[in-house]
Design a protein around this ligand. Sequence first.
Ligand SMILES: Cc1cc2nc3c(=O)[nH]c(=O)nc-3n(C[C@H](O)[C@H](O)[C@H](O)COP(=O)(O)O)c2cc1C
Length: 228
Amino acid sequence: MRGSAPSGSASALILGAWVLLTGAACAAASELGGGSSKLLSNTDRIFTRESWCCGHEKDETETAMIDVIKRRRSVRKYTAEPVSEAEVRELLEAAMAAPSASNLQPWHFVVVRDSERKGLLARTHRWSGMIADAAVAIAVCGEQTRSRHWVQDTSAATENLLLAATALGLGAVWIGIHPDRDREAKVREVLDIPEQIGVLCLIALGRPGEHKPPQHNYTEARIHHDRW
Ligand SMILES: Cc1cc2nc3c(=O)[nH]c(=O)nc-3n(C[C@H](O)[C@H](O)[C@H](O)COP(=O)(O)O)c2cc1C
């Protein structure tokens, strides 16, 4: 479904993915799948209907959500093709669909297209250089005074955004900033971010110039049943 998800699909897709991932009841997953399948009606149908847990039928939308989650990779090379405002809007809607403690939604996003500022952000640290070639960089920030859970909340928003980027056929990577004070200060200076606002990370974003296969990270040894 790379590059083919229609406008309006990513938020529902990612919200559903969170529910599925956190092990919500099958009934909840069923409701969500039914709702979001309408939104995904134009996507490529790469899976067929099959039987799932709790006797509920796993439809194509649900499988597509999990497929996006498993396909997400860090993409650090980009083509020169632009990323549209509509695509960025879709990503930000997905980000802001994330769960947040007490629903405080402490996030802010600085969307950077200016080449000079991207060049400066690329020099934040030794693993941020790809920003120079990215169509867009996004600084994911949090109001520290609004929520003591700003790091968790903005992390959830970041993952939503990365998954939405995958769903839209874009390439993106999480570039770590917080809790490194030096990195945070550099980004704050380049983007005029106020002192009381935390900077969780930067996201470099563009049309993928590299294609990576899904990783298979599932490890039985990391799973503990009933007790450690
Ligand atoms: C908190 C955090 C910080 C990261 N910082 C960077 C970074 O500064 N530069 C970078 O290229 N990738 C960064 N990554 C991406 C990881 O390197 C990547 O997720 C990991 O190698 C697994 O690869 P995958 O994302 O393709 O599955 C970061 C990821 C996380 C979650």
